[in-house]
Ligand binder design. Structure first.
Ligand code: AR6
Length: 181
């Protein structure tokens, strides 16, 4: 756990669809906002068919974009759906990935959300290397944290313990270098 101004940033191992104590979870969606595999599969399975129904008129979305829906049968009030870039196809990939995190936080702010959990967007089926994807994710939220008026907890939920350790290490690096400057 690390703090950036009034915001706590933490990295945990777990399942994004099992985070009952946060108001919003973020989906690593597909353009059609349909079930799919990985994060999207876990979220849609837990939310039930009402989520796909609510998503239908909001689709398709483009890489870097985000939309917000209710949580349906999930324990969370909201789901924020982000379309990450496919690595090597959607360019500039770092900008598009950063845009996902930024837009998700902007939507969270617009709904006065206090706590939000992110997966490692694009770092699965979409092929973004975990180290690079983690750096983009953490730098983006670190830069935005001081500007946030409502969000007070940002949690990264990583499926594999080695990914959690990687996120944690990079977060500590960013925190230390900001303390030095
Ligand atoms: N909780 C947390 N992290 C998870 C979970 C989970 N339940 N399941 C997988 N991960 P991915 P993408 C990790 O593929 O790369 C889907 O089919 C996983 O290990 O879910 O943005 C959609 O329909 C990886 O590190 O998202 C899209 O078509 C990270 O979450 C496409 O995949 C992201 O993996 C989106 O691909």
């Amino acid at each position: 756990m690390t703090t950036c101004g009034p915001v706590t940033i933490e990295c945990v191992t777990g399942n994004i669809a099992q985070q009952p104590d946060v108001e919003a979870i973020v989906n690593a969606a597909n353009a059609e906002l349909r079930m799919g595999g990985g994060v999207a599969g876990a979220i849609h399975r837990a939310a039930g068919p009402g989520l796909e129904e609510e998503c239908r008129p909001l689709a398709p979305i483009r890489p870097g974009e985000a939309v917000i829906t209710g949580g349906h049968r999930l324990p969370n009030r909201y789901v924020i759906h982000c379309l990450g870039p496919v690595y090597g196809r959607d360019r500039p990939e770092a900008e598009l990935l950063a845009s996902c995190y930024r837009r998700a936080l902007e939507l969270a702010e617009s709904k006065h959300i206090r706590s939000i959990a992110f997966p490692a967007i694009s770092c699965g089926v979409f092929g973004y290397p975990m180290e690079e994807g983690a750096r983009v994710a953490l730098h983006t939220v670190w830069e935005m944290a001081p500007t946030l008026r409502h969000v007070r907890l940002i949690r990264f939920v990583l499926f594999h313990p080695e990914d959690q350790q990687r996120f944690q290490r990079i977060l500590e690096e960013i925190s230390e270098s900001s303390r030095r400057t």
